[in-house]
Design a protein around this ligand. Structure first.
Ligand code: GRF
Length: 201
């Protein structure tokens, strides 16, 4: 069974959705470890409640390369096949990313390449877009810039706030993250340039 390593810093609703997909038999994988850079992340409480292996790696005051080496050691010890960023609010060093080529996924609450970075639901509203959504992508050395595995779109309504739009997007995040993980774990894809294409088994 393929082993997932989850990295989170906060609420952890995407992590919970992944764990639920596994429990429901929609995703054939196991969560080998849940790692947080924040001891007070609610996602860590949820992981403990589920009896999962948890690792707390406080990042404050540790130089990035050094921190990422600790992170890699934790992931390698857990025998992780795929690393899933789930609201992990820290940039990863180039050496960490190069160590795991096509083995790190991220979920982002916009239709990339529109609105990379932070506070993107508010940015989508301010820009006046009529459609937004979410993106699961491989992590490369750029900001929210790697090859796209899956996207889902939602409407932006006239009376939306950042919160109401975020909630609509989050529902889709919870659905497509597990689907994207399943595709990547199956190996039934190939990459052509920036494109992630499904291949028949
Ligand atoms: C999500 O909106 C995700 O797209 C972004 O950070 C948020 C994390 O939410 N990267 P949660 O911690 O999974 O609830």
């Amino acid at each position: 069974m393929k082993r997932l390593g989850i990295l989170l810093s906060g609420r952890g609703s995407n992590f919970v959705a992944i764990a639920d997909s596994i429990a429901a038999g929609r995703l054939d994988a196991e969560i080998a470890v849940v790692i947080s850079n924040r001891a007070d992340a609610p996602g860590i409480t949820a992981a403990r409640e589920r009896g999962l292996k948890v690792a707390l790696l406080p990042s404050r005051g540790i130089e990035r390369e050094k921190y990422d080496a600790l992170l890699a050691a934790e992931l390698d010890q857990a025998g992780v096949d795929l690393i899933c960023l789930a609201g992990y609010m820290r940039l990863l060093s180039a050496s960490f990313i190069q160590r795991y080529p096509l083995r790190i996924l991220n979920i982002h609450p916009s239709l990339l390449p529109a609105f990379p970075g932070l506070d993107v639901q508010q940015k989508a509203i301010d820009h006046g877009v009529k459609v937004s959504g979410c993106t699961v992508h491989f992590v490369d050395e750029g900001l929210d810039s790697g090859p796209i595995v899956k996207q889902a779109a939602v409407p932006v309504l006239d009376d939306d706030t950042a919160e109401s739009l975020a909630a609509r997007i989050l529902k889709e995040e919870h659905r497509i993250y597990s689907e994207a993980i399943a595709l990547v774990l199956s190996g039934k894809y190939r990459i052509e340039g920036r494109r992630v294409l499904s291949v028949a088994s």
